[in-house]
Design a protein around this ligand. Sequence first.
Ligand SMILES: [Zn+2]
Length: 333
Amino acid sequence: MIETLTDYPWHKKTWDKFSSARTRKHLPHALLVTGEEGIGKKQFAEKLVQSLLCHKPSNNKPCEQCNGCKTYTAGSNPDFMEIQIAEDKKQISVDQIRALSKFITLSRSFDFYRVILLHPVEAMNVNAANSLLKSLEEPADNTIIILLATSLNQIIPTIKSRCQLLSLPKPSYRQATDWLQINAPDLSNVKERLDLSFGRPLIALKIDDIDIDKAADFANAILQVVKENKSITEVAKVWEKTQHADLINWQISWLQSFTKQQLMNQNDNKEFKEVSPLEQDLSEIKAHIDAEPSWELYQNILEQKKYLHTSVNPLMFVENMLVLWFKASHPCR
Ligand SMILES: [Zn+2]
């Protein structure tokens, strides 16, 4: 069970920004917290909420003892409202935002903040977003609306401009590894999990060992193509039925780590004593591809991602990717 903020060391800077604004009494009436999935954004927001509802925060951190904290953790704090996608729905509706508008006109039960947590912002339909704008334009006293979003791209500018932005960074590789080792000491294949989840520890936790084995098999298949042990069509036939999104994401994570290793001119796996078959295959593939073609390959695989949800022939889709690996490893042909 993860209880305290210090359990997510990469949140500290963002928390300090909030904390210092609060200490200076510069808290805005709306906060927009952005960050990728799988880095603890919701957990961060929950601590923000609790800190605001707490009657005796120390250093702006919730005390866990007061009535505000206790009612919040029990899910019954009368000054708190959470808005998220309803179970049988795909969007946040305008009715939910109307309930929010009504909530902020009520008198507060405790003499502290009233807090609304709305997530994900991207799930609001146009009517809901327009309705929310009104609440953001006419803030109620001692009321803070906290919005959560994965990326700023899909949020209308009028909402963005009315909020103070707080962006939550991804952990460093070291932080993510340490976090997994502390919070899931029995977890196997930590490095593979982090690679496959693009360094997002909360997603790495959920990856199945079967997925790791599959990814390792695919890396080996690529190696066979690079070494010309197997034909592209032969390999593509084996993999055409695997989720193409998985194939693409694995390749992207491998190519990102190739680039990172080339930039740092070192292998960042040194801290792991045992080398897995996946790592072995990847380092062998890497030995066949120079830095520049590796970068081009990365760009080309990213380009392939655009065809994921189109009706492109599955065999051809996999063949095209394998051709890219072959060309990158045989630049003169
Ligand atoms: Zn408290």
